[in-house]
Design a protein around this ligand. Structure first.
Ligand code: 5GP
Length: 123
């Protein structure tokens, strides 16, 4: 699957669509989900053009991979929900159609600020 430059997160990265920014560095951008599913619902995306986690793991550089995963923890700390300064959180990344992915730019959801509940709840 080739990368769609017009996906909404690509537009956010280019500054064409606004976001409620939490954190940004060379490798990641993090912002609040526009439709929060939990008390805290953040998204973390890599700056590079990767459609999903498999694409990222197969094609990103080691620096990008390290920067992205470190970014997830930096964001959790910034939100006060990491194991170091809070009560924990859940990360989730939907991959492809069966995974329920809607936006074709890799993103990790971060849910926290309350008990997150069951691992997977059927619709
Ligand atoms: P997915 O289903 O692809 O894992 O998750 C996509 C997420 O992106 C959804 O939770 C959705 O609410 C969020 N989202 C979609 N469009 C926007 C947007 O324009 N801004 C923000 N902040 N979140 C968005």
């Amino acid at each position: 699957m080739s990368y769609d430059n017009n996906n909404i997160f690509a537009k956010i990265l280019r500054g064409e669509v606004p976001c409620d920014k939490i954190y940004e560095d060379e490798y990641v951008l993090s912002f609040y989900d526009v439709n929060p599913q939990k008390k805290i619902h953040a998204l973390v995306i890599p700056k590079g053009k990767y459609t999903n986690l498999d694409d990222f793991n197969e094609n990103a550089s080691e620096k990008e991979i390290l920067g992205f995963f470190r970014g997830v923890t930096l964001v959790a700390k910034k939100l006060g929900i990491s194991i170091n300064n809070g009560n924990g959180y859940r990360t989730l990344s939907n991959i492809g159609s069966d995974g329920g992915q809607e936006v074709p730019h890799l993103h990790f959801h971060i849910f926290g600020g309350e008990k997150i509940g069951k691992m997977v709840k059927n619709d």
